[in-house]
Design a protein around this ligand. Structure first.
Ligand code: GCU
Length: 594
């Protein structure tokens, strides 16, 4: 009898896990209940809340949130009398003890939810770094790998009116086969780093949609809608009231319908970031979004926005919270960072080296800033590991799923500074074709390798360039590669008739540290790098964009130099306290001219 119940319970769990429908792309227009705030936590370096002493997964782990039922009961943990951490937020900057911590932390949140008939309920995570095992009321509902993309699980069948407990095991241990792999130049902030919320939907609802201009057309909107639930064949109307659009389609037996129509639309651009109110009305559900319409293409070495050549004058940004440090997560963080980029004169940002939070993308949409978005295939990934490839594909898919309706996002990047090899090329080609199959409207890029063919000539002939629309290259002439004036003698060549974005250049300077321009770490040295760089960049005939490294100083475990770095990468044009360095104004002056 016991065995039968166990098999049945396992079957229910599997059914619950199997029922997962994939990412709910637009949560903005949905009824949501925030679970942000204080969560009880247990720091568990030995994962004794998951494994028993034989290092076997235990059925009675911390996810059970057990309480002693009698004075003889032996329970060796108690969430409710444990320390709390803020969600969203990394754990490293919330407690000195956890500053360098890499391992497992258990999170628990209790909540009531008066269930409603004919509705479904999902728990949604903006991100959890790095590996999350998620439980509701003691049952496993799912797991997710990857620290920078959203995921959700359905809990309709498991949730109860009162006394629910959501437990998440978050493990940010680095692994060789992971994405990113062991070595990065950013802080491995762990935890529930972005918002957590409950999403309520009708039994059959609009799960996903793409409403964008067709590649190369400035009138033809081409996309699709997808319903999930019981009643899949429905009439669905896409409305853009301001443009007089009301297009009705019928979804098929799978809940899918293509949507195509002509429209006179004001095109989105940095000068006028026009967003339209778009509603998707099904018989059982209605969803609202704010969507901009623009085209992005390349022609020879030009990048064309809405059919016209554009120069992407930008800057790189890490998701480091401005002024306070730690993983950025809020709309205010996004507005501050993008506000500084605007002040610099940027019309473009490279969000490095992983998908940033949705507020960054939505604010870029609203502020008119073009975005390069990237997955953390960074440095030496395990190219021949099938699970690593699947993981990278999954992160790419989630990034595209969340942001495919954002006009601001114009470039998907699949890699940064990855060493040449056949295995690497095969891996990255796989990612590029995956991205193109998910979204044919945007440009593909990566920060590729380049090399000297003689002392004064850099050549871009990385075989990866063949498969990209935009070439990306990082160079540190004047910092890792010679002194600033070396740039004056350099010429750049490319094997490809394609546009180049110089995706990184720059050098370190400690704000307020002054000296002659030949002294490293001074603002004057960094300023000198920028003067020489800009002169060199202006001479590159196929250059169509720049995103120097980097807008603000950011934490890195690879930068211990006392009184200068103190675990900060100091290549920011702005310090971690928001102070602008001299180089900021050198770049600003150039960008203002462009
Ligand atoms: C690299 C890398 C960055 C790194 C930077 C640096 O090119 O892409 O992630 O932080 O150089 O060394 O500062």
């Amino acid at each position: 009898m016991k065995l039968l119940i166990l098999i049945l319970l396992l079957a229910v769990c599997r059914a619950v896990q199997a029922q997962q429908i994939g990412l709910i792309a637009n949560t903005d227009g949905r009824k949501t209940i925030s679970l942000d705030g204080q969560w009880q936590t247990i720091v568990d370096p030995y994962e004794s809340g998951y494994y028993n002493y034989r290092y076997q997964p235990s059925d009675n782990g911390y996810f059970k949130n057990a309480k002693p039922k009698s004075k003889t009961d032996l329970i060796e943990y108690d969430f409710d009398s444990s320390a709390t951490l803020n969600v969203p937020g990394d754990w490293n900057t919330q407690s000195d003890q956890l500053f360098f911590y890499e391992g497992t932390v258990w999170y628990k949140k209790s909540f009531d939810y008066p269930r409603k008939p004919d509705t479904r309920l999902f728990v949604y995570f903006g991100a959890a770094n790095y590996f999350a095992d998620v439980y509701l009321n003691g049952e496993k509902i799912g797991q997710h790998e990857g620290g920078f993309t959203p995921f959700n699980f359905e809990i309709t069948k498991l949730v109860r009116d009162t006394g629910n407990f959501l437990v998440v095991k978050v493990d940010n241990k680095r692994r060789l086969d992971a994405v990113p792999t062991l070595m990065t130049d950013w802080w491995n902030y762990g935890g529930l780093t972005r918002e957590v919320k409950l999403i309520e939907t009708p039994a059959t609802f609009v799960h996903d949609y793409l409403i964008q201009l067709q590649k190369g057309s400035r009138q033809r909107v081409s996309g699709w809608v997808k319903l999930v639930g019981e009643k899949l064949s429905q009439r669905v109307t896409v409305r853009i009231p301001e443009a007089g659009i009301s297009k009705t389609v019928n979804t098929d037996a799978h809940g899918f319908a293509e949507v195509d129509f002509n429209a006179e639309l004001k095109l989105w651009s940095p000068e006028s970031p026009k967003l339209y109110d778009v509603t998707i009305e099904a018989e059982t559900d209605q969803l609202r979004d704010h969507i901009g319409f623009r085209t992005i293409e390349t022609k020879g070495t030009d990048i064309l926005l809405n059919g016209r050549p554009i120069f992407l004058h930008g800057v790189c940004i890490h998701e480091e919270a401005p002024l306070r440090g730690g993983r950025a997560y809020s709309r205010e963080d996004a507005r501050t960072l993008l506000g500084w980029a605007k002040e610099l004169g940027a019309n473009f940002v490279r969000l490095a080296h992983y998908p940033h939070n949705e507020f960054m993308i939505r604010e870029a949409d609203r502020m008119g800033i073009l975005v390069w978005s990237e997955i953390p295939v960074y440095w030496t990934i395990q190219w021949e590991n099938a699970a690593t490839l699947e993981n990278a594909r999954n992160q790419l898919g989630e990034m595209i799923a969340r942001d495919k309706n954002r006009a601001a996002v114009v470039i998907w990047s699949v890699a940064n500074e990855t060493p040449l090899s056949d295995a690497r090329l095969t891996f990255l080609k796989n990612l590029i074709s995956h991205a193109r199959s998910l979204d044919a409207t945007r440009l593909m890029s990566a920060a590729m390798e380049r090399h000297y063919i003689n002392d004064t000539t850099q050549m871009i002939d990385d075989p990866l360039g063949e498969y990209l629309d935009v070439l990306g290259c990082n160079e540190y002439v004047g910092w890792y590669d010679g002194l600033p004036e070396k740039a004056d003698r350099l010429e750049w060549r490319s094997k490809y008739q394609k546009p180049l974005v110089m995706s990184e250049f720059g050098g370190d300077a400690l704000f307020g540290h002054h000296g002659d321009a030949g002294a490293r770490w001074t603002e004057e040295y960094q300023e000198s790098i920028y003067h020489h760089q800009i002169a060199m960049l202006k001479k590159i005939p196929f250059l169509r964009g720049t995103s120097p490294w980097i807008l603000t100083d950011f934490r890195s475990p690879r930068r211990p130099l006392p009184n200068i770095q103190d675990y900060w990468n100091r290549k920011g044009l702005i310090s971690n306290r928001g102070e602008k360095k001299k180089a900021f104004y050198v770049l600003q002056q150039w960008y203002k001219q462009l």
